[in-house]
Ligand binder design. Structure first.
Ligand code: CMC
Length: 426
């Protein structure tokens, strides 16, 4: 609601810009009146621009606070299952016991994918990056659910959300199995969400005595929760922008997966392990740090656009990381190297002055490595977990009137000039 107005004077004209307060966080200045002024606003990287109103997730970067539907992330990660968090993201509140049972059952019902979808995998080379496969096969779901899907119908939107959350682990595991030349595993509906994903990743049809590991399952579920949503980040904004055209939601999620893949976003967890490979041993850390300080390379897994003190997800992830390493009795030189890097970076003025702290991807990369997930699957796991956030934002957008996203630009190209025939061009 508008409390008071800001004033903008430009070319001698004064414009009243309403200030709007949310329930938490910085108020915004509604700049719609600029339309009349002859100017656009200019904000590369959307550093100070709020293109949407949302009730799903709140982040206070200064305090290191992350709330989903008001619930603090550490309380969710330590007490709730990922699917309960997904329910809260979708519906606004944590489920009651009955709602939980019903939601979990619906997810279980939709874990298998259409058998025809297998054929898509065969079109990829065995060494294709699993994120490339995910962009393709999740986008392909739009071909399976299109004619009968009406995005203006609430029930259709709801079932879309269920299908996506249910099928992502199946597709993610299939992309891994394909790269290994192993047969796909069908989901097992007596397993919970995280167990099922690990089963489809690591079991084989010959493996009749597949055993679950509770520490690993719990860690996996926490990783899902800690990556479930993060308000208007690059991939979520991509899903919203694609969705604002009324596009098929499965195609919108594929667009989100593409945006997530980059090393500045979800690709960072994979990049952390690649960086550790490049550094090699603890003795090489000082030399590597010099390269970071001279801006030759970035320290992957450090820094965040929003968190400038600490990443609350990283705190929970670090505890889980310690638990997993201890429970599995892992003694991997790569993990020792990561810990040495963390210690040096936390004490170095270069990082302290710039408020660069380990982010969620620094520790998630280490845990995933410890539990035997191949590096190329790290970002796929992020995508799997973020699907509940993406589709919640898509649902939120579609449940109220919205406009197509259409930014403006500051044009700095050629001014108007005459066409020159090819034979006259110099
Ligand atoms: N290593 C070294 N220096 C860094 C790093 C880093 N990882 N991140 C930022 N800086 C420096 C940067 O060079 C700049 O220094 P100066 O002011 O002297 O020029 C200063 O810190 C501010 O950086 P910035 O580029 O203005 O920060 P940003 O908010 O635009 O970028 C970021 C945020 C996440 C893209 C960046 O910190 C980064 O590239 N980190 C490494 C990649 C990574 O771990 N990404 C995962 C983020 S968490 C998962 C997710 O939400 O997707």
């Amino acid at each position: 609601m508008a409390d008071t107005n800001a004033k903008l004077t430009v070319n001698g004209e004064e414009y009243e810009l309403p200030i709007i307060k949310g329930t938490l966080g910085r108020p915004v200045i509604d700049i719609a009146a600029l339309q009349e002024s002859g100017f656009w606003s200019y904000d590369p990287g959307f550093k100070v621009t709020a293109p949407v109103e949302s009730k799903i997730t709140y982040i206070d970067g200064g305090k290191g606070e992350l709330l989903h539907r008001g619930y603090p992330i550490d309380e969710l990660a330590n007490n709730a299952e990922y699917l309960e968090v997904a329910y809260a993201l979708l519906h606004g509140d944590l489920p009651t016991a009955d709602q939980k049972a019903e939601f979990f059952e619906k997810i279980r019902e939709h874990t298998p994918v259409h058998d025809q979808l297998r054929k898509f995998f065969e079109g990829f080379r065995r060494d294709a990056h699993p994120m490339a496969i995910m962009v393709g096969v999740v986008g392909a779901l739009s071909a399976f659910y299109h004619e009968d899907l009406d995005v203006s119908n609430e029930e259709h939107r709801e079932i879309t959300a269920i299908r996506l959350i249910a099928k992502m682990p199946t597709l993610a595991a299939m992309s891994y199995k394909y790269s290994q030349g192993e047969p796909f595993m069908y989901p097992r509906n007596d397993f919970n969400y995280a167990e099922n994903f690990l089963y489809m990743m690591f079991a084989t049809p010959a493996d009749v005595d597949y055993e679950k590991n509770d520490v690993i399952t719990r860690a996996m579920d926490k990783i899902f929760t800690l990556h479930a949503d993060h308000e208007q980040n690059a991939s979520t904004s991509t899903v919203r922008l694609a969705g604002s055209t009324g596009a098929n939601p499965y195609a919108c999620i594929a667009a989100g997966i593409a945006a997530l893949w980059g090393p500045s976003h979800g690709g960072a967890n994979e990049a952390v392990l690649e960086m550790l490979d490049e550094i090699g041993t603890v003795e090489n850390v000082p030399e590597f740090m010099e390269k970071v300080k001279s801006r030759e390379v970035k320290l992957m897994g450090f820094g965040h656009r929003v968190y400038k003190n600490f990443d609350p997800r990283a705190q929970v992830m670090k505890e889980t990381c310690d638990e997993v390493l201890e429970a599995l009795g892992i003694n991997d030189p790569k993990l020792e190297l990561a810990m040495a890097l963390e210690k040096i970076a936390l004490e170095d003025p270069f990082f302290i002055e710039r408020n660069l702290y380990p982010n969620v991807d620094f520790y998630s990369g280490i845990i995933l490595k410890a539990i035997g997930i191949p590096t190329s699957m790290f970002t796929v796991i992020f995508a799997l977990a973020r699907t509940s956030g993406w589709i919640s934002h898509w649902l939120e957008m579609h449940s109220a009137p919205f406009k197509i996203g259409r930014p403006r630009q500051l044009y700095t190209g050629e001014t108007r000039r005459d066409f020159v025939k090819v034979e006259d061009r110099k």
